[in-house]
Design a protein around this ligand. Structure first.
Ligand SMILES: Cc1cc2nc3c(=O)[nH]c(=O)nc-3n(C[C@H](O)[C@H](O)[C@H](O)COP(=O)(O)OP(=O)(O)OC[C@H]3O[C@@H](n4cnc5c(N)ncnc54)[C@H](O)[C@@H]3O)c2cc1C
Ligand code: SF4
Length: 329
C-alpha cells in the first residue's frame, strides 16, 4: 500500500489567509482542492509538500456567477460534478459540462474541482509510477533524475498536458484570475500553458487560482472529443476542442473565427492555426471540415509516453477533428 508522507494541513477560511500562509511557508507548501491529483502524486513521492493548504472552504472559490449573456465566472473550487449538473452551465456552455462529464469517475468528480483540473500535473508513462519503479530506472528529468527516457538526447521534459477542460478553455477564450500577496492578475487560458513538462504553467507556486471567466455565449459553438482506452474512466491521450463563431450562429453562415485545439499529446495544448484558416471566411461544409482535419493531423506529433501507439494517436487527431466539427454542423 502506498502511504502519504507526513505533512502539515492548513484550512484557511479566507483568500487573504490562504495567500498569506503560502507566502509565509514558501516553496515547501502547496495548495490542494479535491486532492484527486495531488494526493496520488504525494503517495508516489512525485510531489512532497511539507505543508498542504486546502482551498476547498474558501467561499469565493465555490461560487458560480453570471450566465451566457454576460459571461460566467466559476470559482476554482467548484467541483466537476457541480459543473456537470449546473443548470446555467448546461444550458449556456454545454461544451464545458460535456467535457467535465468525461473526466475520471463520478466519485472523483465529486471531489475533483475545475481549478485542480486546469492546474493538473503533466503525465508520462515513466513518471506516473511509484517511487520504487522510478528509482529502478534512476528516475527522470521531471523528478530526481537527469535523463528523459522518452527522448534521451533532450534537455526538455515531454510529459503531457492531460486535462480535458484545458483544450476547451483555450478554444473558447477563457481567462483565469490569479491572486497572491503581491496582487492580482488575469491571464488568458491560451497563454497559460508552457510547452515544457516540468515548468508547465505560467503561474507562480504562491499564486492562488481564484476563478475562471468564460466569455458571453452568443454567436459561437464548441465541441470536445476525447480519445481514451476505457470509456468509463481514463485520462485523455488525445482531446480535440473545436470552436467556431459564425455570423448568424447557424450552419451555412460564414465563419468569422475558429479554433481547433489539441490536448493530451504535448506538454501544452496545441492551437492548429492552419485548421482555423481552413475554416474562417467559409461556411462549415464537409470540404472545409476535411481540410481542417488534415491540418490537425499534420500538426499533431504525439510521443510514445502515454497510452496507445503514438502513430495511431496522430491518425486519430484527424478523425477526432472530423467528429468535433461535424458535431457543430
Ligand atoms: C483515476 C483517475 C482518473 C482521472 N481521470 C481524469 C480524466 O479523465 N481527465 C482529467 O482531466 N483528469 C483526470 N483525473 C485527474 C483529476 O481527478 C482531475 O483533473 C481533477 O479535476 C483534479 O482536481 P482536484 O481538485 O482534485 O485537484 P488537486 O489534486 O487538489 O490539485 C491539483 C493541482 O492543482 C493545484 N491547485 C488546486 N486548486 C488550486 C487553486 N485554487 N489555486 C492554486 N493551485 C491549486 C494543486 O496544488 C495541485 O498542484 C483523474 C484522476 C484519477 C485519480
Ligand atoms: S517526458 Fe521524459 S523527463 Fe518528462 S516525465 Fe517522461 S521520461 Fe521524465
Amino acid at each position: 500500500m502506498m502511504r502519504l508522507p507526513k505533512f502539515t494541513y492548513r484550512t484557511p477560511r479566507t483568500i487573504a489567509e490562504a495567500v498569506r500562509i503560502i507566502a509565509d511557508t514558501g516553496p515547501e507548501a502547496q495548495f490542494v482542492a479535491g486532492g484527486t491529483d495531488l494526493y496520488p502524486n504525494m503517495k508516489r513521492r512525485q510531489q512532497t509538500p511539507k505543508t498542504v493548504i486546502s482551498v476547498k472552504r474558501l467561499p469565493e472559490l465555490n461560487q458560480v456567477n453570471g450566465d451566457g449573456r454576460s459571461g460566467i465566472t466559476i470559482g476554482a473550487s467548484v467541483t466537476l460534478t457541480d459543473i456537470v449538473e449546473h443548470p446555467i452551465i448546461k444550458r449556456d456552455y454545454p461544451v464545458i459540462a460535456a467535457a467535465a462529464r468525461t473526466i475520471s469517475t463520478p466519485i472523483l468528480r465529486n471531489m475533483g474541482t475545475i481549478g485542480g483540473n486546469l492546474l493538473l500535473d503533466t503525465r508520462c508513462n515513466y513518471y506516473d509510477q511509484n517511487y520504487e519503479w522510478r528509482k529502478a530506472i534512476n528516475f527522470c528529468l521531471k523528478k530526481d533524475g537527469d535523463i528523459c527516457w522518452v527522448a534521451p538526447g533532450s534537455s526538455k521534459c515531454w510529459a503531457v498536458q492531460s486535462s480535458d477542460l484545458v483544450p476547451v478553455m483555450v478554444a473558447i477564450g477563457a481567462r483565469f484570475r490569479l491572486l497572491s500577496t503581491l496582487g492580482e492578475r488575469v491571464v488568458e487560458a491560451a497563454g497559460f500553458y508552457h510547452d515544457d513538462g516540468i515548468d508547465y504553467l505560467q503561474k507562480r507556486p504562491d499564486e492562488l487560482l481564484v476563478d475562471i471567466h468564460l466569455p458571453p455565449a452568443n454567436g459561437w459553438r464548441a465541441s470536445y472529443q476525447k480519445l481514451r482506452r476505457r470509456g468509463a474512466f481514463d485520462f485523455p491521450v488525445l482531446g480535440v476542442a473545436a470552436y467556431i463563431r459564425d455570423e448568424a450562429a447557424h450552419s451555412g453562415a460564414t465563419i468569422t473565427d475558429a479554433k481547433i485545439v489539441l490536448g493530451g499529446i504535448a506538454p501544452a495544448p496545441i492551437q492548429v492555426d492552419a485548421a482555423a484558416q481552413a475554416l474562417i471566411g467559409k461556411s462549415l461544409d464537409e470540404d472545409r471540415i476535411q481540410a481542417a482535419a488534415e491540418a490537425a493531423y499534420v500538426k499533431a506529433r504525439p510521443l510514445d509516453n502515454t497510452d496507445f501507439v503514438y502513430q495511431w494517436r496522430k491518425q486519430m487527431a484527424r478523425q477526432y477533428t472530423l467528429r468535433a466539427l461535424r458535431e457543430l454542423m
